[in-house]
Design a protein around this ligand. Structure first.
Ligand code: ADP
Length: 461
């Protein structure tokens, strides 16, 4: 659909403040530059040497190393935006990216928040209201009520019996794999609820919990969407993020192996319909569990995700640029018919951590060699001499490959991992190399418990 002059003039900005750090700050900066936008990088005291600070148009230190005083300090970020003349703020992922109050404060300051509206973030940020919205929109959900658990023990027992054990207790405000507890049978129910409620109160500031069926051998499959402000929405295919340790993704791939188009197609279309119904804007991800041929919605992430590159490589769409353009008010320049996903892509998260104990490893990178070649992409902010700080997430690089088939993409990833050398700190590279030699993983379609079981067997061997 061609743009009217009003549409193309809407939300225009020429300078973007990137309210994040690490690889994603570098990734967003590249997208801005390619769109001809100026960039403002921010940092904490620990990140003063960040390479993306040198390539930004402005670089502002906004506070001390602890995240509460820097990357989560909304006032400092808004002040930096004003000082540097930014017209928009890109929150990246993590930090303030799913904070509705921040999105609201950005808009109230007269700036554009590169993301959905504060009200979409608030609806989807509460997993109970998200589930309700999805049920209303006809998206298949995990069995269990779309209401918060009451206090009354007898009613709770009734809900659990109706769902059938095992059940999972989840915090409405949970995230990052925290605030969840599996209950195998009735004996443990009330204790599990008391513990999770307390954790939820402390970690997420709300004791609100809900209960759903615990699926025993699902895969984690997700659908990427992008929507503009003019009632256009498309889905860009699917990803499999079942390779998880402690509910945290380690390896992601697109597309999910072995799922027939006629099974996934209606789910993708339901996601698009849901976006249109809730008036969603920007990029988003619908996360599902997939078991015995059926999909069950678990949550929606209202932001750019760590694993977006596997979809970029298969769909050919630059998701970050598209996200910025829709925030500028542009009409989405692709329709569903234009979306075609080709080949297969894997992403490995390279973390600064011990490959056996998984404890974070900080220090100076004394030597770095990164792989290159056809179908290999590395998203990183580190270089030889870079100091990995203990204050932040341990993700130091993402290794992404693309090839015509899944088997070829696996072979390419083995090569890419073999060509990656990081010295001075410990990384999970040895663990990733071993995982890409695993027969069951190579077969595909492993479930969300596979990686933990594989690690247990390796430790026992
Ligand atoms: P978070 O917001 O913390 O990432 P999610 O709701 O996305 O939480 O769940 C994270 C992971 O927890 C899922 O990928 C899956 O491994 C597991 N999980 C969540 N809900 C269920 C469920 N009903 N049954 C089985 N596993 C689940």
């Amino acid at each position: 659909m061609p743009e009217t002059p009003e549409q193309s003039a809407a939300g225009r900005f020429d300078t973007v403040l990137i309210a994040n750090r690490g690889e994603i700050a570098a990734r967003i900066q590249r997208a801005c530059r390619e769109l001809g936008l100026k960039t403002v990088a921010i940092c904490s005291e620990a990140d003063r040497q960040a390479p993306y600070g040198k390539t930004a148009d402005s670089f502002i230190c906004i506070g001390p190393s602890t995240v509460a005083k820097s990357y989560l300090n909304q006032d400092a970020i808004l002040l930096a935006a004003r000082l540097a003349g930014a017209g928009a703020i890109h929150p990246g992922y993590g930090f303030l990216s799913e904070n509705a109050a921040f999105a609201d404060a950005v808009e109230k300051a007269g700036l554009t928040f590169i993301g959905p509206t504060a009200s979409s973030i608030a609806t989807m940020g509460d997993k109970i209201s998200a589930k309700r919205a999805m049920m209303t929109a006809g998206v298949p959900c995990v069995p269990g009520p779309d209401t918060a658990l009451p206090d009354d023990p007898a009613t709770i027992e009734c809900i659990a019996l109706e769902i059938g054990f095992p059940v999972i207790i989840k915090a409405a405000g949970g995230g990052g794999g925290r605030g969840m507890r599996v209950v195998p049978k009735a004996d443990f129910l009330h204790e599990a609820i008391a513990l999770t409620r307390e954790e939820a109160r402390k970690a997420f500031g709300s004791p609100s919990l809900y209960m759903e069926k615990f699926l025993e051998h699902p895969r984690h499959i997700e659908i990427q969407v992008i929507c503009d402000d003019h009632s256009n929405a498309v889905w860009l295919g699917h990803r499999d993020c079942s390779m998880q340790r402690r509910h945290q993704k380690v390896v992601e791939e697109a597309p999910a192996a072995g799922i027939a188009p006629d099974i996934i197609q209606p789910v993708g279309l339901a996601c698009v319909q849901a976006c249109l119904q809730i008036g969603y804007r920007g990029v988003g991800t619908f996360e599902f569990l997939y078991e015995d041929g059926a999909f069950y919605f678990i949550e929606m992430n209202t932001r750019l995700q760590v694993e977006h590159p596997v979809t970029e490589l298969t769909s050919g769409v630059d998701i970050v640029q598209a996200q910025i353009r829709v925030a500028q008010g542009h009409v989405l320049d692709l329709s569903q018919g234009d979306v075609s996903c080709e080949g297969h892509s894997f992403e490995c998260r390279i973390n600064a951590e011990d490959p056996e104990s998984f404890l974070p490893s900080a220090g100076v990178v004394t030597h770095l060699a990164l792989p290159a070649g056809p179908g290999i992409r590395v998203d990183t902010h580190i270089h030889a001499g870079y100091k990995v700080s203990p204050y932040y997430d341990s993700l130091i690089a993402k290794l992404i490959v693309h090839a015509p088939t899944r088997a070829q993409a696996m072979a390419r990833m083995r090569e890419a991992l073999a060509g990656t050398e990081v010295e001075g700190i410990s990384t999970n590279i040895p663990f990733l190399r071993a995982l890409f030699e695993d027969g069951a993983f190579a077969q595909g379609e492993t479930d969300i418990h596979y990686l933990e079981q594989w690690l247990k067997l390796r430790r026992a061997a």
